[in-house]
Design a protein. Structure first.
Length: 319
């Protein structure tokens, strides 16, 4: 924590490092989600008081590089990507409110072979590395594909180990049981990401779609976990990090992912609020976290009709 005495403001320059772990079966969209986040975050046009900036440890992201793959693939081994993310006040808003802060994150996205991740929750003794992640990681993203009986043919279908709604329930339930055994009561941030929203026919907010797309038992299970963890559900379309000629989307003209950055923004907000609760103790916590003094991140599109409208608007702008 640094205090800028000349300007009378505070800078949350935290050096804390933390992990964001992706979990889900092969072909569920983990690579699309990670790449979609990088693409959306690097081009994010914020309408609030902050400028958003995504930086690799090697330098600023300006064009899709080695991390942003042009063709989806089945992950063969663990991939870990370190990045810096900053949310800094725009010049026009600096010094207007002494409780407004700049925020910084240094995080690692851990992505592993889907079958290894799923197998690790069932045979934890044989996956010591994953057990360490369960003990230490602050944030988890559970990536859920469209259940097999509702899915539509896709060019990369060979990558998918088809899961129906019951299999998703069984494995998500197992994930939470193993997490709770390893976390020893520690509260985690867990984002449930339903992928391929551009192919879905449901309407409603993400929690409603969760019940419709899978079953009410899974929705009830995840709601129960809100008692012991911070849990939120997201509905995303990460297609669009590909070039138009390579896109497998049913809407191939869309080049910008929709909601792909929102699970990560939610993590950042939860961590920022936690920091403001504890650092520094000599500031008034209630003042720092009041609605007028803490500016939250943009909210995701939560309705499928709004999502499709957003897609149409982006398509029109590109033409």
């Amino acid at each position: 924590m640094e205090r800028n005495r000349r300007k009378g403001s505070y800078k949350l320059n935290c050096t804390e490092r933390y992990d964001i772990v992706l979990w889900g079966p092969t072909g569920s969209g983990k690579d699309y989600l990670m790449n979609g986040f990088f693409r959306q975050a690097q081009n994010f046009d914020s309408e609030d008081e902050y400028n958003y900036k995504l930086v690799y440890s090697e330098g600023t992201i300006s064009t899709p590089g080695s991390v942003i793959n042009k063709t989806p693939h089945s992950t063969e081994k663990e991939e870990a990507v370190w990045f810096n993310f900053s949310r800094e006040l725009k010049s026009s808003y600096k010094n207007k409110n002494p409780y407004h802060h700049n925020h910084y994150h240094f995080a690692r996205i851990v992505n592993n072979k889907g079958e290894d991740l799923v197998g690790a929750t069932q045979e934890l003794i044989e996956h010591k590395g994953f057990r360490e992640l369960l003990k230490k990681a602050k944030c988890f993203i559970l990536v859920l594909d469209i259940p097999s009986e509702q899915d539509t043919p896709m060019p990369n279908k060979s990558l998918v180990d088809a899961w129906d709604a019951n299999r998703y329930y069984e494995n998500v339930d197992m994930f939470f049981k193993v997490l709770e055994e390893e976390s020893k009561g520690k509260r985690r941030n867990i984002a449930i990401c339903m992928t391929k929203a551009d192919k879905c026919v449901y309407d409603g907010d993400p929690w409603e779609i969760l019940a419709k797309r899978y079953n009410k038992d899974l929705e009830k299970l995840i709601r129960m976990k809100k008692e012991t963890h911070n849990v939120e559900v997201f509905y995303i379309s990460a297609t669009g990090f590909l070039e138009e000629s390579e896109s497998n989307s049913s809407c191939p003209s869309i080049k910008t992912p929709i909601n792909a950055a929102m699970p990560f923004f939610w993590f950042f907000e939860m961590i920022e609020r936690e920091r403001l609760h504890t650092k520094p103790r000599w500031l008034i916590t209630d003042q720092r976290l009041s609605k007028k003094n803490y500016i939250p991140y943009p909210k995701p599109i939560t309705n499928i009709r709004q999502l499709r409208q957003k897609m149409d608007e982006k398509t029109s702008k590109m033409e």
